[in-house]
Design a binder for this molecule. Structure first.
Ligand SMILES: NC(=O)c1ccc[n+]([C@@H]2O[C@H](COP(=O)([O-])OP(=O)(O)OC[C@H]3O[C@@H](n4cnc5c(N)ncnc54)[C@H](O)[C@@H]3O)[C@@H](O)[C@H]2O)c1
Ligand SMILES: O=C(O)C1=N[C@H](C(=O)O)CCC1
Length: 255
């Protein structure tokens, strides 16, 4: 049985995971952390990780970028593995997370769904063939009107996957409204749409001369992220210090 602390337990994802864990005999949420206390949970909830009295094997994080610094300090000092799902982190926070992985097990993924993680692999292959053949790469993402960060962490991760496959030669272009000039060859355009309760859509477009190839992932429910995070938490508990990602979780399930 994996004992988890749910960081951001009273948010949308925190509550999805609370529901999923109730049905899963292999994981238990022993405590929650949240600055908001508008929800009654079956586990104790603390405003700060440092107040938490329960012992745990892993922390699952879906909170906010502002909460990430304390989360990193706590997981390093307590040597508790941490699954970081929050997006919108700064470059500095990402560097701190990478450094933390030398002291404890850290898994960070902007998208916990199986589909997006498979898509990342496909995009690496597609980019390697299509970009040199002259195809332009553009990403359009769509999310609900409550989302605070833009573009989505997933859109950035998809762009990174393609850019890594192309030896980091590409720059990301978020806004074309401020200049009058043609598109550069070595850029990946990333556009964000916000509205209603769209769970999450990512479209990656390879536009060539007289032909276009599109990859699209649509999330129909937040449960896909919750299930992935729970699998990641079970995988990470007890692991030695190091930086892990969802491909490690997917590979471990394949065996
Ligand atoms: N990796 C993924 O697959 C994935 C999927 C969905 C959402 N997300 C990301 O997860 C994060 C949370 O998403 P959500 O939709 O649940 O948001 P939400 O706003 O509904 O929930 C966030 C919760 O965190 C709490 N919180 C904020 N600051 C805190 C702090 N300093 N200490 C403790 N608790 C704090 C809030 O009170 C809130 O209850 C976002 O960054 C989102 O982009 C990632
Ligand atoms: O609902 C959100 O917020 C989501 N955030 C992640 C991102 O920024 O990529 C993953 C999809 C849902």
């Amino acid at each position: 049985m994996t004992r988890a602390i749910m960081h951001g337990c009273n948010g949308k994802m925190g509550q999805v995971i609370t529901g999923l864990c109730k049905e899963d005999p292999d994981i238990e949420i022993v405590a929650g952390i949240d600055v908001s206390n508008h929800i009654k949970n079956e586990y104790p909830v603390y405003q700060s990780l440092w107040d938490c009295k329960e012992e745990a094997d892993v922390i699952i994080d879906f909170a906010s970028a502002q909460a990430a610094d304390v989360l990193i300090d706590y997981s390093v000092q307590k040597e508790i593995p941490v699954v970081i799902c929050t997006t919108g982190l700064s470059e500095e926070q990402i560097e701190r997370i990478e450094a933390a992985a030398q002291k404890t097990a850290v898994l960070r993924s902007a998208n916990m769904s199986m589909g997006i993680n498979i898509l990342m692999d496909l995009l690496k292959k597609a980019a390697k063939v299509l970009a040199p053949a002259g195809f332009d790469m553009e990403i359009v993402e769509k999310h609900h009107n409550q989302k605070v960060d833009a573009p989505s962490g997933t859109a950035l991760a998809l762009a990174d996957a393609m850019n890594n496959a192309l030896e980091e030669n590409y720059e990301y272009k978020y806004d074309r409204s401020q200049e009058r000039k043609k598109r550069e060859k070595y850029e990946i355009g990333i556009q964000a749409v916000r509205g209603g309760n769209i769970v999450g859509e990512h479209e990656v477009i390879f536009a060539g001369t007289d032909e276009v190839i599109e990859f699209k992932h649509t999330a129909y429910s937040k449960a896909i992220f919750g299930k992935g995070a729970i699998e990641a938490a079970k995988f990470l508990a007890g692991k030695p210090a190091g930086f892990y990602d969802m491909s490690d979780v997917i590979q471990s399930a394949d065996r």
